[in-house]
Design a protein around this ligand. Structure first.
Ligand code: SAH
Ligand code: SF4
Ligand code: F3S
Length: 475
């Protein structure tokens, strides 16, 4: 399972080789996904669409008839990474001239046919609202050698009827809305993902129930701005409530919420239902009202603080994470200090921190990118260092406490440990000793004889570092 801690996954994570429908056409597709959780969720949709047309997924790039990169445009570096990757893929194309190479996702939408013209090895370009056409476009290259492009943005496409092909695991994403109408001045997403539209409430509920039956115990309702969810008369709080009631033993989370739209009704809904996680990813971006205005974020620092304090008053112990951009045009040392002060006041459990990257077509592109790269980096380093200290402090507070965790996977570092997660989204390493894992007669993986992946158990936190908690099981 991909690390859900990362809102932005710039890493080159690969899907895990799902063997879907036996092939009609024997063709194998290899997909790499970059960017945010929406992209990972979309890859699951693409896999589903491909499987219906008889394609198989391979995790061995050497074996692939088609290589697809599901790409991200959020910062210049995210795009650079794809250009390097395309250079590396030349080797595969040389070895197999029939190999189809495709660019999906936000770069496909942003760069469109420029990509086909500038990158000769690319055969197909497919934007986020045209994934139903992926098999047809690949077929066409195989059959006629003709390159293809499908980048229309839709006002209605939600892939409602498509059952995503997911990785095994106890966590799953459910995309509830697509697009973004916020137009923060620095951000490409409204251009790459188009207008906001929401998925049918009943189809979300059905998906949640089906996932529970399949063994999933933790769902993330996904959208660039989930608070904008609107279907018939239902808003996001209504949806969240319905989901929480429909799958009462499932942990329910959501991301991302915009501070402007986070209202009392949503906080009340969270407080009312035990299975809605007490954790909010609430990006502040900057601690300076002047910069927030330039970013078109539509809230002031004091609005943000009001929401945060209210949430803490209603749900003591609630976790907060955030996104911060350092070095937005005109940001002064004073503005930067304000961001540092806000971070100290909120005491975030986690933060995703970036230097500003100037993106074509955005409103901020017209502003001079006037903060020297060294200054941006130095400010970012200060922010990162402060966050590390605060994450450590927030983790230390849990030492000695008993907390309920969901066991998610075997620890990456050792089979003797398991990785579990708290309600507040903190990972906890617990021993799987004294009995190691074994497979029982029915083929189930048994851990420690008492608990297994997918179980909720109480653990006592014994130690921590800034990123991870360590716990012991409570008899
Ligand atoms: N919809 C989400 C964020 C999506 S993008 C929200 O509004 O919270 C994730 C994060 O990337 C943003 O919150 C922002 O911090 C960062 N980001 C977006 N555009 C950026 C840019 N041009 N330069 C640097 N960081 C950026
Ligand atoms: Fe980008 Fe703002 Fe939309 Fe988030 S809310 S995706 S930062 S435009
Ligand atoms: Fe990147 Fe597109 Fe997500 S730009 S952050 S993959 S919506």
């Amino acid at each position: 399972m991909i690390n859900l801690n990362n809102l932005i996954l710039d890493n080159n994570n690969k899907t895990s080789g799902l063997n879907f429908n036996k092939s009609e056409n024997d063709k194998k597709v290899y997909i790499e996904t970059y960017g945010c959780q929406m992209n990972y969720s979309d890859t699951e949709i693409v896999l589903s669409v491909l499987s219906k047309s008889g394609y198989n997924e391979t995790t061995d790039i050497n074996n692939a008839d088609a290589i697809l990169l599901n790409t991200c445009s959020i910062r210049e570096n995210a795009e650079k990474k794809i250009f390097y990757r395309l250079d590396a893929l030349r080797y595969f194309k040389k070895r197999n001239p029939n190999l189809v190479i495709g660019i999906l996702g936000c770069m496909a939408e942003r760069l469109r046919k420029d990509l086909l013209e500038n990158k000769k090895i690319v055969d197909i370009i497919v934007g986020p609202d045209e994934y139903r056409k992926v098999p047809q476009l690949i077929d066409n290259v195989f059959e006629t050698g003709e390159k293809g492009i499908a980048v229309k943005l839709s006002k209605v496409e939600t892939y409602d009827d498509i059952i995503p092909i997911r990785r095994d695991g106890v966590s799953a994403w459910i995309t509830i809305m697509r697009g973004c109408d916020k137009f923060c001045t620095y951000c490409v997403v409204p251009f790459t993902r188009g207008r906001e539209r929401s998925r049918k409430l009943t189809s979300i509920i059905d998906e949640a129930k089906r996932l529970y039956d399949e063994g999933v115990r933790d769902i993330w309702l996904l959208g660039q701005n989930v608070n904008s969810y609107k279907f018939e008369n239902y808003d996001f709080s209504d949806l969240l409530k319905q989901v929480a009631i429909s799958v009462p033993k499932m942990r329910v989370r959501y991301t991302t919420s915009h501070p402007y739209d986070l209202n009392l009704k949503l906080l009340e809904t969270m407080a009312e239902h035990d299975n809605i996680c007490k954790y909010i990813h609430l990006p502040i971006q900057s601690g300076s009202d002047r910069i927030l205005k330039l970013m078109n974020r539509e809230y002031s620092v004091s609005d943000y603080m009001k929401v945060m304090h209210k949430a803490r008053e209603m749900m003591p112990g609630i976790g907060f994470s955030t996104d911060i951009i350092s070095g937005f045009p005109t940001e002064t040392e004073e503005d930067h200090k304000m961001t540092i002060n806000v971070m100290k006041e909120v005491m975030y459990d986690y933060a995703y921190m970036f230097t500003y990257s100037r993106r074509p077509n955005t409103k901020a592109f017209r502003m001079e990118d006037d903060i020297e790269p060294e200054v941006k980096t130095r400010r970012l380093d200060e922010i990162i260092e402060l966050q590390r200290d605060m994450s450590y402090e927030s983790n230390k507070k849990l030492i000695g406490k008993i907390t309920n965790v969901l066991i998610e996977t075997i620890s990456k570092k050792s089979d003797d440990y398991l990785m579990a997660r708290t309600d507040c989204n903190k990972s906890v390493i617990i021993p799987s000793l004294p009995q190691k894992t074994y497979v029982d007669k029915s083929g189930d993986l048994i851990l420690n004889n008492n608990y297994k992946i997918g179980d909720f158990i109480d653990v006592r936190i014994s130690k921590c570092n800034s990123a991870t908690l360590f716990g012991e099981t409570v008899e």
